[in-house]
Design a protein around this ligand. Structure first.
Ligand SMILES: [Ca+2]
Length: 232
């Protein structure tokens, strides 16, 4: 009888240890919540727009461990360029350089800063010498159509989460700057219409389901219980 109760105690102890081990493992498991992509679109250059992404709801003892902002954006325009030099050129082209930035700020403190650097080119094409009329038309000009260049990037932080926690939203300020220029000739004219930036951003929160201290408290309680059982 005594041997049986001892065996039961050992079996119960092992079962509890397994249960505690399970709790510890789940506390260390990282879970993620990713928001929907929120679009932006504004005219350039420069230009900006504020969009709202959801905060992290930490109810139920969830502990935030990482915040990641992802952004994808472009710089676009309908571009027509004209050769104003006296010589026909065979490497007539257009260069684009731009920067789209996403920022999350708490007052004057920048918590997240994300840059999309854009540098690209269209062409080359051949155009004739300046035809004497600066009108973005004729054999001296080329319509490049709609040029659109995009980039994507992400940035994370693993501390100072207060600003991100709640049931509301956080504003993300998207700013853009950029320009198109002509290459391949010594003199030129260029016209950009519908010049702008568009894209979207989203936020991902990584968290543990419960505080690690809770699992440690559970382990301590199990130890006390086993010690008491052994003492009997
Ligand atoms: Ca012309």
């Amino acid at each position: 009888m005594r041997g049986l109760s001892k065996l039961i105690a050992v079996v119960a102890g092992v079962a509890l240890l397994v249960a505690v081990a399970g709790t510890t493992a789940s506390a260390a498991t990282v879970t993620t919540i990713t928001s929907s992509w929120v679009p932006f679109a504004f005219a350039l250059s420069p230009g900006s727009q504020s969009i709202n992404l959801p905060q992290f709801d930490d109810s139920g003892g969830k502990v935030l461990t990482k915040v990641t902002l992802e952004m994808s954006g472009d710089i676009h325009a309908n571009v027509v360029a004209e050769n104003l030099s006296d010589e026909a050129v065979s490497n007539f082209g257009v260069n684009v350089v731009g920067l789209v930035t996403g920022q999350v700020k708490d007052g004057l403190t920048t918590l997240l800063n994300l840059n999309l650097g854009i540098s690209d080119a269209a062409g080359p094409v051949s155009v004739g010498a300046f035809d004497g009329v600066q009108d973005l038309m004729g054999t001296d000009s080329h319509d490049f159509g709609t040029l659109s260049y995009s980039a994507s990037n992400s940035v994370s932080r693993t501390d100072t989460f207060t600003y991100f926690i709640g049931t509301g939203t956080i504003p993300v300020l998207i700013s853009g700057n950029g320009g198109f220029s002509v290459s391949g000739t010594s003199a030129s004219d260029i016209e950009n219409t519908s010049f702008g930036s568009s894209g979207s951003a989203r936020v991902t929160y990584e968290f543990t389901p419960e505080p690690a201290t809770m699992a440690l408290l559970g382990l301590g309680a199990a130890g006390m219980w086993l010690k008491r059982r052994r003492g009997k």
